[in-house]
Design a protein around this ligand. Structure first.
Ligand SMILES: [Zn+2]
Length: 142
């Protein structure tokens, strides 16, 4: 009974963490239950193979369940967040980064525009990086 309560709370906790990261709760809850129960059964089987004492066999089962529970928490905690912008810290960081790159871009664009030069021979607009000669006719920069 106590075990079912523990499994219920662990499943709910893992499901919530997964949902916060943008994942479906159900597979995480299934994984949590499978790890807990699966490793508990493996623990009991191993216990039966090494001991005839009920206490030892149950202890192996409990250890298996604990390993399963801890594994499910580690797996859930290590899920990559799918909705990084929804994360408060990531959102502010992302906004700062995008506004910074936006400024850098417009600044660069302005500079490029200012430093464009018009070819006297053919009237082509040359970017600053077409430095010495007109890209169209090869006329030297005035
Ligand atoms: Zn030209």
């Amino acid at each position: 009974m106590l075990e079912i309560i523990g499994l219920f709370f662990l499943s709910r906790r893992n499901g919530r963490v997964a949902a916060e990261k943008g994942y479906d709760k159900v597979p995480i809850i299934v994984m949590t239950v499978a790890l807990w129960v699966g490793l508990e059964v493996i623990g009991v089987v191993l216990g039966l193979s090494v001991s005839d004492e009920l206490g030892s066999i149950l202890l192996c089962g409990i250890l298996g369940a604990i390993i399963g529970a801890v594994s499910s928490v580690i797996i859930t905690n290590n899920l990559q967040s799918k909705n990084a912008p929804a994360d408060a810290a990531a959102a502010s960081k992302g906004a700062a980064a995008s506004s910074k790159s936006g400024n850098a871009f417009s600044h660069k664009a302005t500079v490029t525009f200012k430093e464009q030069w018009i070819c006297e021979n053919c009237g082509a607009q040359n970017a600053v990086f077409d430095d010495e000669k007109c890209f169209k006719c090869g006329e030297p920069k005035p």
